[in-house]
Design a protein around this ligand. Structure first.
Ligand code: S3P
Length: 174
């Protein structure tokens, strides 16, 4: 079975996904990394040189190719992946388990304040404006994230604690 982790930037999809995949003794794939490998450039460069629409099209193509050609493993999406190109409909029509790693606005602000540089969508947002930006952005995106089959509340939890919850969840699904 393929497990797909979704959530806002900074929600721990990649960090948690890596540890979880190790525990399950399966492969871990980061969609952003796959996009970077396939396009031979960085996500920041892609946004800068080709713009958002090009990125979203590529992201959707790489996602679909991957899900259609793999049946196992843990896949971490980009924060925006579920919100474009009917990707969430596609995932929910596929044989995958979608899990939303949910964090509150203050928790996301705390995590993202120090990680703006390599994130094209927030790198020009000042620290003062970050809470409002994330609040609005999350409001727009939540309807997509909430289409995940399962949600894990990750506030104040360590990576290990979230992984434990994922393991418990999977046991209930089996
Ligand atoms: C994006 C999130 C990023 C990356 C790109 C766009 C978004 O992924 O795909 O910068 O729209 O939220 P992470 O959530 O892994 O940072």
């Amino acid at each position: 079975m393929m497990i797909v982790l979704i959530g806002y930037m900074g929600s721990g999809k990649s960090t948690v996904g890596r540890v979880f995949a190790q525990k399950l003794d399966t492969t871990f794939t980061d969609l952003d990394e796959r996009i970077e490998n396939e396009s031979n450039t960085t996500i920041s460069e892609l946004f800068k040189t080709h713009g958002t629409i090009h990125f979203r099209k590529l992201e959707s193509k790489v996602l679909r190719d991957f899900v259609e050609n793999n049946s196992e493993g843990v896949l971490a999406l980009g924060g925006g992946t579920p919100c474009y190109a009917n990707n969430m409909d596609f995932l929910n029509a596929s044989k995958v388990i979608t899990i939303y790693l949910k964090l509150s606005i203050p928790e996301l602000v705390k995590r993202l304040r120090s990680q703006k540089a390599h994130r094209p969508l927030i790198q020009n947002i000042s620290d003062a404006e970050l809470p409002e930006f994330i609040g609005k952005h999350l409001f727009e995106r939540s309807p997509f994230y909430n289409q995940a089959q399962y949600t894990i509340n990750c506030n104040y939890k360590t990576v290990e604690e979230v992984v434990l919850e994922l393991e418990n969840l999977l046991r209930q699904v089996d």
